[in-house]
Write a protein that binds this ligand. Structure first.
Ligand code: AMP
Ligand code: ZN
Length: 479
């Protein structure tokens, strides 16, 4: 490990703690709750993975070998986070008249493609829930005698059989309990399904045999089972969105404690990203009409602008999504890319990154402080603008910022940032040709013609930007 000591906020203690791996020989072992693949990810979901990617990058950059598992939930997540409603996958497959396996394959591929567009690195292992049914049954068999009880509807975990149930959630208040839908016969409102029996007379697309009858696992089981299988216990870091702090992760912890017969929670650090919020309410996968990465690219916004928007807030702060915030990030990204291009054009030979060591240290200090990316971004601006360093030295020092922030500033070029809006009726080549024509008209003082060209372009959804400080001559107004 090099640089400033890494401090992370542990939801278990609600405090910042110095991070060190449980077993340094094993490097850092991390598990991240993955998507439920019954629909496309919305941009709020993707914020969770930009956070996880930033954490992974910081860990690797600081010299820790990383083993990272992300699961794909293709069974068990019900339309409520508790035990009521249909399985989201079953419901989606029924609505689309498709097999669950086709639905899962489609949305898994779409999710991975979103991650690639956001320059999010693949984990060491993608782990699919339905590939682990036998292991889930074996886990349930081991904890059942002391921790579970059977009802007609399935096998339930008795939350009073483990110490301090729900400590992660900070105790269950009335509002919290109100979210847990009643299941007939449950001993305590917080008890949760380990195995859900298929009701008599019904068949489900996804069902398996078990000692408790034909059915499907409860949602929380998969994460305990797959993290234990691939990382061992206790492992180092478990991540998820802040909603998981209330039900899903307390239930994982209860299962882990039952399995080990100890009070260990399974992971040393539980990290939760706060939500991306949208006043227009377009952040619910189950409601439809939500904002996806595709919505942004269809409007002409490069995906890395969304990544930069995420990085402009610390992961534990709520982040508001708005067109203004997104366009501000796009402008900031363009400015960075243009600055880098200009420096590269002025660079002669290989630079020396050690000349910029002070910037590296400031980057390190910012991200070692619970991933404070908003503090790291101005350091990058300062580095690029530092006239005491040669352009080549500044470019060489960029590698550290790219490794940590993942903005691809070293490789992306200005043209690649120009995403063509889906509804655009005009090609980039035509726009450039008309702008050249307009420039000639202005040079000849033919202002009527120059204005006419500007109006034509405006009608096609293109705003001409005279005197734009960062040198963009047009922008799309579609979206
Ligand atoms: P899901 O696909 O619903 O299982 O969620 C995938 C991940 O996205 C989980 O870690 C959630 O906690 C997280 N998440 C859901 N909504 C948001 C949001 N609006 N902002 C940030 N993270 C979210
Ligand atoms: Zn999980």
């Amino acid at each position: 490990m090099h640089g400033a000591p890494l401090t992370l906020h542990n939801s278990l203690t609600r405090s910042l703690q110095p991070f060190a791996p449980v077993d340094p020989d094993k490097g850092v072992r991390m598990y991240s709750c993955g998507p439920t693949v019954y629909n496309y990810a919305h941009i709020g979901n993707l914020r969770a993975y930009v956070f996880v990617d930033t954490l992974s990058r910081v860990l690797r950059w600081k010299g820790y070998p990383l083993t990272h598992v992300i699961n794909i939930t293709d069974v068990g997540h019900l339309t409520s986070d508790a035990d009521a409603g249909d399985d989201k996958m079953e419901a989606a497959a029924k609505a689309r008249a498709q097999s669950i396996w086709d639905v899962a394959a489609h949305y898994t591929a779409a999710f991975k493609s979103n991650l690639r567009d956001l320059n999010i690195d693949d984990p060491t292992r993608w782990s699919v829930a339905t590939d682990h049914i036998a292991e889930m049954v074996a886990f349930a068999e081991r904890i059942a005698p002391e921790h579970c009880y059977e009802l007609d509807s399935g096998l339930y975990f008795d939350s009073t059989t483990v110490p301090d149930y729900g400590a992660l959630a900070g105790g269950h208040d009335d509002a919290g309990e109100g979210r847990i839908d009643p299941v007939a016969g449950k001993r305590h409102p917080q008890d949760f399904a380990i195995w859900r029996k298929t009701p008599p007379g019904e068949t489900r697309q996804m069902e398996w045999d078990s000692p408790w009858g034909r059915g499907a696992p409860g949602w929380h089981l998969e994460c305990s089972v797959m993290s234990l299988q691939y990382l061992g216990a206790p492992f180092d870091i478990h991540t998820g969105g802040i909603d998981h702090r209330e039900i899903h992760h307390p239930n994982e912890i209860a299962q882990n404690q039952a399995y080990c017969g100890c009070s260990d929670t399974g992971a040393r650090f539980w990290l939760h990203n706060n939500f991306l919020v949208d006043r227009a309410g377009k952040m619910s996968k189950s409601k439809g009409g939500f904002t996806t990465l595709r919505t942004l690219t269809d409007a002409g916004v490069h995906p890395l602008a969304y990544r930069l928007m995420c990085l402009s807030a610390q992961y534990r702060s709520e982040l508001e999504f708005s067109a203004d915030n997104l366009l501000a990030a796009l402008t900031r990204l363009k400015r960075l890319v243009m600055t880098v291009a200009a420096l590269r054009a002025r660079s002669a030979g290989d630079g020396d990154a050690t000349k910029a060591a002070a910037y590296r240290e400031r980057l390190d200090a910012a991200v070692a402080d619970d991933l404070n990316t908003p503090r790291a971004l101005p350091v990058l601006d300062e580095l690029l603008a530092d006239k005491k360093l040669t352009p080549a030295d500044r470019i060489a020092a960029l590698a550290d910022f790219d490794a940590v922030l993942g903005l691809r500033l070293g490789t992306i070029d200005r043209a690649a940032l120009r995403v063509r809006p889906a509804e655009a009726s005009i090609t980039a080549e035509t726009i450039e040709a008309r702008l050249t024509e307009r420039k000639a008209a202005r040079a000849a003082k033919d202002f009527a013609r120059s204005d006419a060209i500007r109006d034509d372009l405006a009608a096609a959804g293109v705003e001409v930007m005279d005197g734009d400080p960062i040198g963009w001559d047009w922008r799309s107004t579609i979206g």
